[in-house]
Design a protein around this ligand. Structure first.
Ligand SMILES: NC(=O)c1ccc[n+]([C@@H]2O[C@H](COP(=O)([O-])OP(=O)(O)OC[C@H]3O[C@@H](n4cnc5c(N)ncnc54)[C@H](O)[C@@H]3O)[C@@H](O)[C@H]2O)c1
Ligand SMILES: [Zn+2]
Length: 380
């Protein structure tokens, strides 16, 4: 079968690789068929050589498709089911899975998260930017969608970014009626802002410097803040008559840049959040911070040590914070039902629908943020 394979930093190719087979009775094999399943997203961290990804891995951790083969131990799924998988696979049986924290499954990868697409050198599962993908612990990991092709683009976003945006808001301790600032208007930030809107936020700010991304934030009803113009915290405080916001979401992570967009400063968003969120408010940090970063701007950040103002003002303000990978399983069923009910349409974030063969060029353009590439769906 054909698959998108990582060769070296800034190089992916569409190559012939062996088709996956059932390796355990709990597995299913999912096929793309005519449905869109493959999305380029955090794969960029690997693409840029900013993780320890090994050459030869198949990319793609946001997977959706049709069940093609079913292992003997699978009870809930049958051939022909339309399914979407969480980007982080989990066993469904360990303490963290039982308690709804599937991103921290202790069986699939003790001590760390495992993602489809062998993300950040973790986990033994080839990714889904290919014609077929093997799904382990399939009864737990495959969420069944209504048959047909309706809501295709919306459902594809249940693999990662819609739940992750929702999770960012959840981690911040958000309650309906509160005000929220989201740093980053990439797919995750836009989904966080959209989730805050669905959940009844009174006032939502979205900070970025990319005009088409800020435009999308505006279209869904958030106030765009361009941090290339001036200090985003000052801008927000000014708009609110000096009042801070209740909750803040970091949807940028360790590759945060300074206002000119040229220099990386991994702590800049955390620092801004601590300044702009009110005393006893909360920070949700779904943005990725990695344990090792070969391209970090300083030696501390290279080891995953990010300095931020703990005493002045995190402690002083009594802020709470939550961080980590998204427990997709905790949300995706309910977000699916919001989509089916017509109460959520996250696909406003999709900018391009392309074939698998266009993946090579799409990675290049997406990495350089050319042509308004916000979120790309790859079709087999
Ligand atoms: N926790 C999880 O489970 C999970 C899941 C998916 C993605 N992520 C992470 O979430 C983050 C966002 O993902 P994405 O796909 O939207 O990324 P993205 O790179 O598309 O978007 C990040 C945005 O942040 C903006 N930005 C950079 N510096 C900034 C600053 N100082 N202030 C404000 N905005 C700034 C960029 O212009 C860009 O638009 C990434 O770190 C990603 O790895 C986490
Ligand atoms: Zn588990």
């Amino acid at each position: 079968m054909r698959a998108v394979v990582y060769e070296k930093p800034f190089t992916v190719s569409v190559l012939e690789v062996p088709k996956p087979t059932i390796l355990h009775p709990d597995d299913v094999i999912v096929k793309g068929d005519c449905s869109c399943r493959w999305i380029i997203d955090s794969d960029l961290h690997m693409y840029e050589g900013r993780t320890s990804a090994e050459p030869g891995i198949v990319f793609g951790h946001e997977n959706m498709g049709i069940v093609d083969e079913v292992g003997g131990g699978v009870t809930l799924l049958k051939k022909g089911d339309r399914v979407v998988m969480p980007f982080n696979v989990a066993c469904g049986r360990c303490i963290n899975c039982e308690e709804g924290r599937s991103a921290f499954c202790t069986v699939v990868n003790p001590g760390f998260v495992t993602l489809m697409g062998t993300y950040v050198a973790m986990g033994p599962y080839p990714g889904g930017q290919a014609e077929y993908v093997r799904v382990p612990f399939a009864d737990f990991n495959a969420l069944v969608l209504p048959p047909g092709t309706e809501h295709e683009e919306d459902f594809a976003l249940l693999a990662d970014i819609f739940p992750t945006g929702w999770h960012g808001v959840q981690l911040s301790g958000f309650r309906p009626g509160e005000s929220v600032v989201v740093f980053g208007a990439g797919p995750v930030g836009l989904m966080a802002a959209y989730s805050a809107i669905i959940r009844g936020a009174s006032n939502i700010f979205v900070v970025d410097r990319v005009p088409e991304r800020l435009q999308k934030a505006k279209e869904i009803g958030a106030t765009p803040i361009d941090f290339s113009a001036s200090d985003p915290v000052e801008q927000i405080l000014k708009l609110r008559g000096g009042k801070e916001v209740d909750r803040g979401v970091d949807a940028v992570g360790y590759q945060a840049v300074t206002s000119d967009g040229k220099t990386e400063q991994p702590n800049v968003v955390l620092e801004s959040l601590i300044r702009v969120v009110r005393p006893t408010g909360g920070l949700g940090i779904p943005g990725l911070y990695v344990p090792n970063d070969p391209g970090a701007p300083d030696s501390a950040a290279a080891k995953g040590y990010i300095s931020f103002p703990f005493g002045f003002k995190l402690f002083e303000k009594g802020l709470s914070l939550g961080t980590g990978q998204c427990n997709v399983k905790a949300y995706n069923r309910y977000l699916r039902d919001l989509i089916i009910a017509g109460r959520a349409k996250p696909s406003f974030v999709v900018s391009h629908n392309l074939t698998l063969d266009a993946a090579v060029e799409a990675y290049e353009k997406f990495d350089k943020r050319i042509d308004g590439y916000t979120k790309v769906l790859l079709h087999p």
